[in-house]
Design a binder for this molecule. Structure first.
Ligand SMILES: Nc1nc(=O)c2c([nH]1)NC[C@@H]1CN(c3ccc(C(=O)N[C@@H](CCC(=O)O)C(=O)O)cc3)C=[N+]21
Ligand SMILES: [Mg+2]
Length: 287
């Protein structure tokens, strides 16, 4: 069997088209065009692809967008002041502070994320939005997991009653993915680096999500025949070679559906960010 390839390009195009229509309607009705600010502190080369793709997507949708570049030596207070300024800026509806922060600011990461107005938090990382998601009332949900769920819906892959296994328990992917799959009535297991007999668990999954950060970690022997395998890994193994957490060639012989890297989940992440900017603009107009 050869798996159906779930094209990030195709699903991202649908998510962006919906967000674009919503943004245009909002502008007609209120005169407001949603706007995004991306704050980048220092120069992390891995972040640059993402920032470039985000910028292109904003242009494609006609969204207002600004990049705020701050030096590596930025202090916690300077970053707070910038966030306060963006929180107060009526043209900016979404604020994203690119992670990881430089070493000197990493201990302040939680404070930085909490400084962002929760209704402008298009990453969905603010504790208020984490709580809303956990309570089932999330509107600004982390882009990567939200994009994966939207793709499963668009691809008609059933979540209701399915057994889902998420490998990885990060705040950015694993935990919000758990909450979203649960809300869609999947039976969800979260596995991680301390999990025993991992393959025994992953082999039960109808939906297997890999968010580990290790190239080729998920191999064919860990996958149930016919399963949907979502590869969230972004591992740069050479300057121009990006691979996921899934051994794509081996696993695509066993799985029913699989996302490639590149061209998979990364594109969904950017598309869902666009949707979150529009959603954030609506949240602010309601106030
Ligand atoms: N506050 C914050 N929010 C984030 O969402 C965030 C972040 N910080 N820091 C970095 C990571 C990484 N990330 C990516 C998203 C899309 C692609 C992407 O567009 N990938 C394409 C292109 C890959 C390529 O050609 O290199 C693909 O997979 O096909 C990559 C990486 C978002 N992140
Ligand atoms: Mg992918």
């Amino acid at each position: 069997m050869t798996a159906r390839i779930l094209s990030g390009k195709e699903f991202a195009a649908r998510i962006k088209a919906d967000a674009k229509a919503e943004a245009e309607k909002l502008r007609e009705e209120t005169g407001v065009m949603p706007g995004l600010a991306v704050v980048i502190v220092g120069e992390d080369p891995a972040s640059q692809v993402y920032v470039r793709n985000k910028h292109k997507a904003c242009e494609e949708l006609g969204l207002h967008n600004v990049s705020v570049e701050m030096p590596e030596t930025t202090t916690r207070e300077e970053l707070f002041a910038k966030i306060d300024e963006l929180n107060a800026d009526p043209k900016i509806h979404g604020i994203l502070v690119q992670l990881p922060l430089p070493k000197a600011l990493q201990s302040a990461e939680a404070e930085v994320l909490e400084r962002i107005d929760p209704n402008k938090d298009v990453d969905g990382f603010h504790p208020v939005n984490v709580g809303r998601l956990s309570n089932g009332a999330g509107s600004l949900v982390p882009c990567t997991p939200a994009g994966c769920i939207r793709m499963l819906e668009l691809a008609d892959i059933p979540m209701d009653g399915a057994k889902a296994v998420v490998i990885g328990r990060s705040n950015i992917v694993g935990k919000p993915m758990f909450n979203l799959l649960l809300q869609h009535n999947a039976t969800v297991t979260v596995a991680h680096s301390h999990t025993k007999n991992l393959a025994e668990i992953t082999k039960q999954a109808d939906i297997l999500v890999a968010a580990v950060g290790k190239p080729g970690f998920v191999t064919a022997d860990m996958v149930k025949p016919g399963a949907a395998v979502i590869d969230v890994g972004i591992n740069r193994i050479a300057p121009k070679k990006l691979v996921g957490d899934v051994d794509f060639d081996g696993v695509s012989e066993v799985a029913g559906a699989i996302t490639p890297v590149p061209g998979g989940v990364g594109l969904l992440t950017v598309a869902m960010l666009m949707q979150n900017v529009v959603t954030a603009a609506k949240l602010q107009l309601k106030k």
